[in-house]
Design a protein around this ligand. Structure first.
Ligand SMILES: *[C@@H]1O[C@H](CO)[C@@H](O)[C@H](O)[C@H]1NC(C)=O
Ligand SMILES: *[C@@H]1O[C@H](CO)[C@@H](O)[C@H](O)[C@H]1NC(C)=O
Ligand SMILES: *[C@@H]1O[C@H](CO)[C@@H](O)[C@H](O)[C@H]1NC(C)=O
Ligand SMILES: *[C@@H]1O[C@H](CO)[C@@H](O)[C@H](O)[C@H]1NC(C)=O
Ligand SMILES: *[C@@H]1O[C@H](CO)[C@@H](O)[C@H](O)[C@H]1NC(C)=O
Ligand SMILES: *[C@@H]1O[C@H](CO)[C@@H](O)[C@H](O)[C@H]1NC(C)=O
Length: 271
């Protein structure tokens, strides 16, 4: 079978064969999808990236157009390995998505490559209104470039900046309130969320800070309040990218509806 195909394709008439195949196949594809509205068909598709399957609303990117998601939730598939998304110029790797709980487990890309940062930044997503930190997290403060080394504490590590060895250390928010100020006056802080359980393991010296950061942290993302109604009417949630307010749209088999597919006969009333 494979040999026949190879022979046919390498013969002079191969282009004719391909042409015939296209004529035979294409109308069927169009017929299958022709039943449903094009927005519905597009947003029906989830996408998979590396180990993260079934990426759907409010996320978009990959094969999913922007109108299938919410603007801020664009996800790219990095070298077919893992999804990344960007929030305020900071890139995050997505480790896991739980669509039911609407949570994502993410890590900061800059901290995956080592705990010695070269551009110091707090984790801006912690202050976002689109995302909520989950209660399993602690806010870790990593201090860089301290002039004095601490008195041999376990939380200290060394970083090289232009071949100069500088002390860095980390401490969680609770201890920060207990007067470390004399040590930290010359340092730069970066606030990073870590899993409470991972930080406990670091405390027991079972894992390193890097390993704790690599476990990521959970954020809950907000989707649109109308979405459950739309989804239960067999529609796919999305947004109208051509309306100025990017308003919520429910993509249904027949056409896009404002809130739910189940509004027939009540087009203009809001019953
Ligand atoms: C994908 O996620 C949607 C919810 O966003 C869910 O309804 C659907 O069952 C999931 N599909 C698979 C194959 O897990
Ligand atoms: C991070 O936030 C803390 C206080 O919230 C601030 O003191 C510090 O300067 C910030 N660090 C950076 C790098 O912006
Ligand atoms: C630092 O502490 C370790 C034990 O935690 C000890 O073995 C080591 O000698 C100490 N180093 C200095 C310079 O005090
Ligand atoms: C240390 O971590 C490993 C897995 O990372 C776990 O199996 C082990 O029980 C842990 N040990 C302690 C003392 O917590
Ligand atoms: C998007 O909004 C514009 C103007 O508000 C409207 O004309 C258009 O039909 C809408 N498109 C969809 C797909 O709902
Ligand atoms: C449509 O909505 C009405 C009320 O909002 C409900 O009674 C009816 O069962 C729904 N039909 C379907 C097919 O979901």
């Amino acid at each position: 079978m494979g040999d026949t195909a190879t022979l046919l394709l390498s013969s002079p008439s191969s282009s004719v064969l391909v042409f015939i195949l296209i004529i035979l196949i294409v109308p069927q594809v169009l017929l299958c999808e022709g039943d449903n509205d094009v927005y519905y068909t597009e947003c029906h598709r989830s996408f998979k990236c590396g180990t993260v399957p079934n990426i759907t609303y409010p996320l978009w990117g990959g094969g999913r157009p922007q109108f299938c998601g919410l603007l801020a939730f664009r996800v790219d598939c990095y070298e077919d390995e893992f999804p990344i998304f960007e929030y305020q110029e900071q890139k995050y790797r997505v480790l896991k998505i739980d669509q039911h709980l609407r949570t994502m487990t993410i890590t900061r890309i800059d901290l995956m490559e080592g705990t010695c940062l070269h551009e110091f930044r707090n984790t801006s997503i912690m202050d976002s209104t689109l995302f909520h930190m989950t209660p399993v997290l602690k806010s870790l403060n990593i201090f860089y470039g301290c002039s004095d080394t601490m008195k041999n504490i376990s939380n200290e590590f060394m970083c090289f900046y232009d071949v100069v060895r500088k002390s860095a250390f980390f401490i969680d928010d609770i201890f920060l309130d207990r007067g470390l100020c004399s040590f930290i006056t010359n340092c730069v802080t970066s606030k990073v969320p870590v899993l409470w359980s991972a930080l406990d393991d670091v405390g027991r010296r079972n894992i390193s800070l890097q390993e704790a950061l690599n476990q990521g942290f959970d954020v809950q993302y907000s989707d649109h309040p109308e979405c459950p109604t739309c989804a239960s009417s067999d529609g796919f949630c999305g947004s109208n990218t051509s309306s100025s307010s990017s308003s919520f749209t429910c993509y249904c088999r027949d056409k896009p509806h404002p809130r739910t597919c189940n509004d027939s006969g009540a087009k203009n009333s809001s019953a």
